[in-house]
Design a protein around this ligand. Structure first.
Ligand code: IPM
Ligand code: MG
Length: 351
């Protein structure tokens, strides 16, 4: 089994090194091949998604991705910016289904900025559509109007088929959990999401055993901090999912804890932490590698057919948290603060 390892920028290299340490410990027949992506890709070849990196991602059985971005690249034209690498990978590989589980480990219930009783035991799965919506809709751009004023345009678009296929993923995921699905939209204002609501409801007729509800995105943002345990699976579009998943991550104590899987129609996937490249702490051995390590576990489960090994990695992460290991992003007094490498080593030791 071949895994494309794409560390990217900022803290990407440091967190990925820990995930690789964990994978190497498992004695699986994995071939790990590294390639530059994002700002690193641009530095290496003038393109954030170099052709060789895309080719490797295509031929690999799975992709493990770190993070991209950095202020050094902010002045580049949009097509050369690091973010284009992840957007390009998602689009060219058809990775339309993004699974972002937010679970509160018992050990971290006190680390959330919310009251422990609000978050303890939380287990919500956000399913974000990843290859459509305003992220990719045309027309887009910044242009000069006839009256001399600049104008920016992006287009929120969804085809029926795009909504239906992510709805199926969400209903099937709900079936394997507590059979509750909440579809999030802004159907009171936006026609695109009015269609979203219609198509999700139509699809729901095939899943009578799943309880379907609909919620406006503004209300959902509020409900996630008011009473997050009301949710089992949330399904939503690309942009709302981007925002809500960052919000949900803080319920778990730190954005440094959340893994994600981005799957195509055949189970091939790209796995990445939901956090960014955190240039402010890059190279300082401060970043939390757990989201990347947990992403590697998701990769073993969803793309490489090694669910048992994935369980072992997740158990090892729970164990190091129980032992009191914390990176600095987890705000909890009286705990042993460790760096990126020591956290990775603790997971390897637990394995
Ligand atoms: C994410 C990130 C990306 C996104 C950026 C880096 C393009 O925020 O994966 O959530 O907006 O999708
Ligand atoms: Mg995001």
């Amino acid at each position: 089994m071949k895994v494309a390892v794409l560390p990217g920028d900022g803290i990407g290299g440091e967190i990925m090194a820990q995930a690789v340490k964990v994978l190497n410990k498992l004695a699986l027949p994995l071939e790990l091949e590294h390639a530059p992506v994002g700002g690193a890709g641009y530095d290496a070849s003038g393109d954030p998604l170099p052709a060789a990196t895309l080719a490797l991602a295509r031929e690999a059985d799975a992709i493990l991705f770190g993070a991209v971005g950095g202020s050094k690249y902010d002045a580049l034209p949009r097509v050369k910016r690091p973010e284009q690498a992840i957007l390009g990978l998602r689009k060219s590989l058809g990775l339309f289904a993004n699974l972002r589980p937010a679970q509160v480990h018992d050990e971290l219930a006190g680390a959330s900025t919310l009251k422990p009783e609000v978050v303890a035991g939380l287990d919500v799965l956000i399913i974000r559509e990843l290859t459509g919506d305003i992220y990719f809709g045309e027309p887009r751009g910044i242009s000069m109007r006839a009256d001399g004023e600049r104008e920016g345009v992006n287009t929120m678009r969804y085809r029926e088929s795009e909504i239906r296929r992510i709805a199926h993923v969400a209903f099937n995921a709900a079936r394997k959990r507590r059979r509750k699905l909440c579809s999030v939209d802004k159907a009171n204002v936006l026609e695109t999401t009015e269609l979203w609501r219609q198509v999700v409801s139509e699809t729901g007729k095939e899943y009578a055993d799943v309880e379907l509800s609909h919620m406006y995105v503004d209300n959902c943002a509020m409900q996630l901090v008011r009473n997050p345990k009301q949710f089992d699976v949330i399904v939503t579009g690309n942009m709302f999912g981007d925002i809500l998943s960052d919000e949900a991550s803080m319920l778990t104590g730190s954005i440094g804890m959340l893994p994600s899987a981005s799957l195509d129609a055949h189970g091939k996937g790209l796995y990445e932490p939901i956090h960014g490249s955190a240039p402010d702490i890059a190279g300082m051995d401060l970043a939390n590698p757990l989201a990347t390590i947990l992403s590697a576990a998701m990769m073993l489960r969803y793309s490489l057919n090694h669910g048992v090994v994935a369980d072992r990695i997740e158990a090892a992460v729970r164990q190091v948290l129980k032992q009191g290991y914390r990176t600095v992003d987890i705000q909890e007094a009286g705990r042993k603060k460790v760096g990126t490498q020591e956290m990775g080593a603790a997971v390897v030791a637990a394995l």
